[in-house]
Write a protein that binds this ligand. Structure first.
Ligand SMILES: NC(=O)C1=CN([C@@H]2O[C@H](COP(=O)(O)OP(=O)(O)OC[C@H]3O[C@@H](n4cnc5c(N)ncnc54)[C@H](OP(=O)(O)O)[C@@H]3O)[C@@H](O)[C@H]2O)[C@H](O)CC1
Ligand SMILES: [K+]
Length: 511
């Protein structure tokens, strides 16, 4: 599991260490890690160290200090290092260390504090590595001038260069929303981000996550409390799954009630059933019209048609809320789930039918447009673009407003529970953006909720912490199934579902 902490929590954890260690000990430790990451990246690229020039982009705070000390290390390892001082008050001891190591320093601001773009361009063109030490967790909001202008000029320069430099961000790419992943202004996209102490939420949530590149977390001995955001790995998902026991029978493994598909969209019934069955449940009870029922039985004769005792519900995939008959089936399933205190997934058409407030063991699975509508219906006028610009805050807001756990689908999936638990997953690839994969995901999640119903039913998990982890687990399984089915090419929703058993097996076997 990757655990992310907000800037303030990092600062609070740093404070006692800064007080207890010699001056700059923490910083030089961090800087050494940055230098090591640069060397490893050069080795990975097969670049000769002695022939490489590194350009330090130095801001006015300790982030710049990290970069200067890192530059000193690199210079002593034989690399050519130049420092572009993008501030009139660079970290003094870091600057002294860099100069002692023969780093060539250049003031790239003129007397009026404006960027000397010609000098900056010359320095940038000569360097194969740019080290972004402009701002770290001390930045507030989008980059201000002159840093905004410097970053914009460098980004333009990089796009024009035949051989792009490798950009390594110190702690975070300067200018991202460290705590929420928003990008309010210019940011220099990094190939590698070397982050200190712990990941930050902004490095695990879009749009900022897409600008961070490969993440290297440096342990600097911080004693940190509960994470602000987490990301599951396969071993974490293995702990959440409930593989069958010798004593199990279909009712103890979990039975999922499925209200998906309609006369208009019969295929969603098959896809959601496939997602559930191939993730592993004791049984699926399908409730739907004759057409979809027949389709489901042609593919999965083991599905039982009609109502009966279930441990979880999944409803809404392939249902048009305007289809009154089908909408009533969804409302009925939700009524039963709420009356019996059972976990449920509300997907697609069920989202528009969801009541104002729900328990945390109900998971809403909107995409950005559906989340925008859900927020707007609850008095918070929001567009799809607003959600896509700030998915982490939007998902958290929706969880707070509805009381449900929210899984916001996207290139990075965001899961937010009303009690505050937040996770993001980025296990799938762009091939998953194809019709029907959302129906499969609803089935996957329904299966996990049915498997763990005894921990969720009857008011279990009131703040949604376990429900959120199960939703994130579903996103990991679904994403990995998509990657496995894709093998670099297009997928169909059914091939994603067919890949699930192998992914579940791999996850259960993961160390
Ligand atoms: N403390 C340590 O020993 C360690 C710190 N780590 C590194 O330090 C940074 C945090 O350093 P800090 O000095 O708190 O702040 P930053 O360097 O991140 O940023 C402050 C400078 O950035 C300017 N600033 C702030 N907001 C903006 C903005 N929106 N646009 C442009 N410039 C901005 C600010 O200028 P002011 O005029 O506002 O003061 C400062 O110049 C952390 O990220 C780590 O990299 C270590 O790694 C661990 C040890
Ligand atoms: K930075």
């Amino acid at each position: 599991m990757i655990r992310a902490h907000e800037a303030q929590a990092i600062r609070e954890a740093e404070a006692p260490l800064l007080a207890a260690t010699p001056t700059d000990a923490l910083m030089t430790h961090a800087a050494f890690a940055v230098a090591t990451a640069v060397l490893e990246e050069l080795d990975r690229l097969g670049a000769r160290r002695s022939g490489t020039t590194v350009l330090l982009l130095v801001g006015g705070g300790n982030n710049g200090g990290d970069a200067l000390y890192a530059g000193a290390y690199l210079a002593r390892r034989g690399l050519q290092v130049a420092a572009a001082l993008c501030t009139d008050r660079p970290h003094e001891r870091g600057l002294a260390a860099a100069r002692r190591a023969r780093v060539r320093t250049h003031d790239v601001l003129d007397a009026a504090g404006r960027p000397r773009e010609e000098l900056l361009t010359v320095l940038a063109d000569r360097a194969g590595v740019w080290l972004d030490g402009l701002t770290g967790i001390g930045a507030r909001g989008a980059l201000r001038e002159p840093l905004a202008g410097i970053v914009t000029a460098l980004a333009d320069r990089r796009a024009a260069m035949p051989d792009e430099p490798t950009v390594v961000a110190v702690d975070v790419p300067s200018g991202i929303g460290v705590d929420d992943g928003t990008v309010a202004g210019p940011v220099l996209r990094a190939d590698v981000t070397v982050t200190m102490g712990a990941a930050k939420p902004g490095l695990l949530a879009r749009p900022a996550e897409a600008l961070a590149g490969r993440l290297v977390v440096v342990d600097i001995g911080l004693g940190l409390g509960e994470a602000a955001l987490a990301r599951l790995g396969p071993a974490d998902v293995a702990d959440l799954l409930r593989p069958p026991l010798p004593t199990d029978h279909k009712y103890t493994r979990g039975v999922l009630g499925l209200v998906a598909g309609s006369t208009t969209y019969p295929g969603a019934a098959v896809l959601a059933a496939a997602g559930a069955l191939r993730t592993g449940v004791g049984m699926v009870r399908y409730l739907g019209p004759e057409g979809p029922t027949r389709l489901v039985h042609e593919r999965f004769p083991e599905v039982v048609a009609g109502s009966g005792r279930v441990q979880a519900w999944a409803a809404g995939s392939g249902v048009d809320p305007a289809d009154e008959g089908r909408a009533e089936d969804v409302r009925d399933a939700l009524r039963r789930a709420l009356a019996d205190g059972l976990p449920a997934v509300l997907d697609a058409g069920a989202l528009a039918l969801a009541p104002e407030r729900l328990p945390a063991t109900v998971v809403l699975t909107p995409h950005a447009g559906e989340l925008a509508q859900l927020l707007t219906e609850r008095g918070e006028r929001t567009s799809r673009a607003d959600v896509e610009a700030a998915p982490l805050p939007a998902a958290r807001r929706a969880a707070a407003l509805t009381g449900a756990t929210v899984l916001l689908k996207g290139a990075t999936t965001v899961v937010a529970a009303p009690g505050g638990t937040t996770l993001t997953q980025a296990d799938g690839g762009p091939w998953l953006a194809t019709a029907g994969t959302g129906d499969v995901l609803a089935g996957v999640l329904g299966a996990l909720l049915a498997q763990r119903a005894e921990d969720l039913a009857g008011g279990g998990d009131p703040d949604g912490a376990l429900t959120a982890e199960l939703a994130a687990a579903a996103a990991l399984l679904h994403g990995r199934a998509g990657t496995r089915a894709s093998a670099g090419g297009p997928v169909t929703a059914l091939t994603v579902a067919d890949a699930l058993p192998g992914v579940v097996a791999d996850v259960l076997a993961s160390p």
